[in-house]
Design a protein around this ligand. Structure first.
Ligand SMILES: CSC[C@@H](O)[C@@H](O)C(=O)COP(=O)(O)O
Length: 364
């Protein structure tokens, strides 16, 4: 997608071999592009959320393996790198998927062949993510087109939570891809962007990318969604996911479950956009089995933003001595999910439909 008219991906390799990312901690106020030089940089960038969003976490881990293979391609180094990167964030399954994929390709090779093969596979993972997300957009567009037709071309109001946009992927985004496709087709869309406390990925990232792309949107507080749905002001909810189980339970940013409940109570379709590497075929019951990341309580007791002097500051909003609890994700049971927008089409959130759409994975 474009920033000030210039096309960017969220991670890329320069001609001279350097792996670059957009350090998302400073968006939307500053565009900082940094090189990830060694394994520690890669692990820190995922853990400290310079990069975030399930698909991008996977792509970053893949390049992390490649950079480490260039430094030390031994078996021990490959194994240790898997462990170090895997330990960074627990919920997004794309991380494990990418590390498994890199191991599958690299393990059988002689050490001296590994670096080149690793860079190649990491680049492919990025390209595949872009194409997958483009296809999610093509399929999701049909849902938006349908609503637009029913409203005789009237505005289609879409609510989204967190940032499942292009900065969360290599490009296009998952939840935003259908939106970009709809805008391209000239459909009148308007996006309600949940601010997404505590880290405000909606306010900081989704609003930024929609603003940059000229997509009509408004930022809303997390608690406003139910009210808007009750008053018929939301036609469809589209969110992303960090891990979806074989029966269609969906882990996503904390607060997603509440939006799904509100959507269900008000007859608003609730869709989840996801690339197939986000499906964890080994997990069935999302509430019981998906590990939920618990983050520091400072993210709850403090908020970060731009101060009057233009500098990014963190301010405390709670009394001294009040602690916080900070589960970063929640699980929406499949019964509340209208459908999964995948690269292979819109699939019902149940084991049978998912296995039919992805027979090669479901067998495992
Ligand atoms: C296409 S991204 C899907 C999810 O990863 C996204 O909705 C989300 O919850 C991101 O959480 P984050 O904690 O910012 O990594």
């Amino acid at each position: 997608m474009k920033i000030n008219g210039k096309p960017y991906r969220s991670i890329w390799r320069e001609d001279d071999g350097r792996v670059m990312i957009i350090d998302q901690r400073w968006l939307p106020h500053e565009l900082r592009i940094v090189e990830l030089k060694d394994r520690k940089d890669f692990a820190d960038s995922i853990f400290e959320m310079w990069v975030r969003g399930a698909p991008l976490i996977g792509a970053t881990a893949a390049y992390g393996v490649a950079v480490q293979m260039a430094a030390d391609p031994s078996d021990a180094s490959l194994k240790e790198t898997y462990e170090v990167l895997h330990a960074t964030r627990p919920t997004a399954i794309n991380l494990k998927w990418a590390l498994d994929e890199m191991t599958r390709v690299l393990e059988p090779l002689a050490p001296e062949e590994r670096a080149e093969a690793a860079y190649k596979r990491a680049a492919e993972i990025c390209d595949e993510d872009v194409e997958t997300n483009r296809m999610i957009g093509v399929h999701g567009l049909e849902l938006i087109r349908e609503i637009s037709k029913k409203k005789n071309g009237g505005r289609v109001n879409i609510l989204t939570h967190c940032n499942a946009g292009w900065p969360a992927t290599v490009d296009w985004g998952t939840a935003t891809s259908p939106i970009y496709h709809a805008v391209e087709e000239g459909i009148d869309v308007h996006v309600y962007v949940d601010e997404t406390r505590p880290r405000n990925q909606g306010a900081l990232l989704t609003a930024w990318e929609l603003n940059s792309a000229g997509v009509s949107h408004q930022l809303i507080v997390d608690n406003a969604g139910g009210h808007l749905m009750q008053h018929g002001e939301v036609d469809i909810v589209i969110v992303g996911t960090d891990r979806t189980t074989a029966r269609g339970d969906v882990a996503n940013k904390i607060g997603t479950y509440l939006k799904a409940l509100a959507a269900n109570a008000n007859g608003v379709p609730f869709y989840v956009a996801l690339p197939s590497p986000t499906i964890d075929w080994t997990v069935w019951d999302g509430v019981k089995e998906i590990p939920i990341e618990e983050r520091t309580d400072e993210e709850v007791t403090h908020v970060q933003g731009k101060g009057p002097d233009g500098k990014i500051v963190s301010v405390q909003i709670s009394p001294d001595g009040t602690g916080g609890r900070n589960p970063a994700f929640d699980v929406t049971p499949a019964e509340l999910v209208t459908g999964l927008i995948t690269e292979r089409g819109v699939v019902a959130a149940n084991a049978e439909a998912m296995a039919k759409a992805f027979p090669e994975h479901a067998k495992k």
